[in-house]
Design a protein around this ligand. Structure first.
Ligand code: SAM
Ligand code: SF4
Length: 326
């Protein structure tokens, strides 16, 4: 039986956060001093994550993306990848800031990782350093090349667009996509920053991003599956592609197929969910796989219609992005 909610949506895409820690301090995500890290004892072990993934696969989940915090900040991530690959996860991928990717791409690919999404918010060294509070663009670029060489393809870039900060670079990113073949996905800034500095004025609507690119490099839509990104290719046949994730201005909640497990084993049915289901307690209290599956089914059945960013009664979740796993 697939994981069905009361609105008829099927949840088959799971994001698993493997750590809350990170080696960058992106302004739209974390405060400069970082967060109080969770005690290690609260973080799921690889064995616990592997068992949960087995339960989720039994419930029809076929896409697993590892995330964080920064997943490569957790030691020996390739060991977890190998465990999950051995389960035959059909689509196993990773979201990373890319700083440590050059060192790990080969081992990850050999362990069975299929693809990576790398977050890059600026192609300018000084601006990258301002936005992430670390001077690491060169290492990230090395990481992109290493991923490609290791066969972690297609390489996709995630770029959070913030008004007045990096929105003047969207055409440069499109050019970079054409030159490298990397797909670039522009993400709208969401109210999930730990500093709570988000304002609506800082959101650059995806429609505006597309219009700016289309004026220089004409675009045409690409048919795509259930994923939240809408995809575009260059009309002149150049390689590369553009995706936009309009979570704020054009929410895709009605077709959302995503669910999440945080690094401390809390199950969330939405990025913005205000409630969680404690799978870690079940794991550690000796629950059977069937009992864990029942808890997941019940939580998914109660998934809400959608986030309320655009409603008056919007309430931020207690966790900010790095504690959820984007
Ligand atoms: N550290 C890894 C990285 O940056 O790719 C993985 C975790 S990060 C939380 C996952 C994604 O969430 C990244 O692409 C990041 O840019 C995005 N993100 C973080 N805070 C965000 C926010 N407030 N609004 C939109 N996207 C955000
Ligand atoms: Fe770290 Fe990713 Fe958050 Fe940036 S977006 S601070 S890289 S978790």
């Amino acid at each position: 039986m697939p994981l069905l909610d009361s609105f008829g949506r099927v949840a088959d895409d799971l994001r698993v956060s493997v750590t809350d820690r990170c080696n960058l301090r992106c302004t739209y995500c974390m405060p400069p001093e970082g967060m109080p890290w969770l005690p290690r004892s609260e973080i799921l072990t690889y064995e616990e994550i592997d068992r949960l993934v087995g339960v989720f696969m039994g419930l029809g989940v076929h896409t697993i993306r590892l995330t964080g915090g920064e997943p490569l900040a957790r030691r020996e991530l390739h060991v977890l990848v190998e465990m999950l690959a051995a389960r035959g996860v059909p689509d196993l991928s990773l979201t990373t800031n890319g700083v440590l990717l050059a060192e790990h791409a080969g081992a990850l690919a050999r362990a069975g990782l299929k693809r990576v999404n790398v977050s890059v918010d600026s192609l300018l060294q000084h601006r990258f350093a301002e936005m992430t509070r670390r001077d690491a663009l060169e290492r990230v670029m090395d990481g992109l090349r290493a991923a490609e060489t290791a066969g972690l393809q297609p390489v996709k870039l995630n770029c959070v667009v913030v008004r007045g900060t990096n929105d003047d670079e969207v055409v440069d990113f499109a050019r970079f996509s054409r030159e490298t073949g990397y797909e670039v996905r522009f993400i709208e800034f969401m109210p999930l920053d730990a500093d709570e500095a988000w304002t609506r004025a800082a959101v650059v609507p995806s429609r505006e991003v597309l219009a700016r690119i289309d004026a220089v490099y004409p675009l045409e839509p690409v048919q795509h599956g259930p994923e939240p990104a809408t995809m575009w290719r260059f009309r002149d046949g150049a390689r590369g592609a553009i995706g936009v994730i309009a979570s704020v201005t054009e929410p895709f909640c009605t077709s959302c197929n995503r669910i999440r497990v945080t690094s401390d084993g809390q199950f969330r049915t939405c990025l913005f969910a205000l409630e969680e289901t404690d799978l870690r307690a079940l794991l550690r209290d000796g629950a059977t796989d069937e009992e864990i599956a029942d808890a997941v089914r019940a939580a998914v059945a109660g998934k809400w219609a959608g986030h309320k960013i655009n409603d008056e009664d919007f309430a931020r979740p207690k966790r900010s992005m790095s504690l959820i796993g984007g």
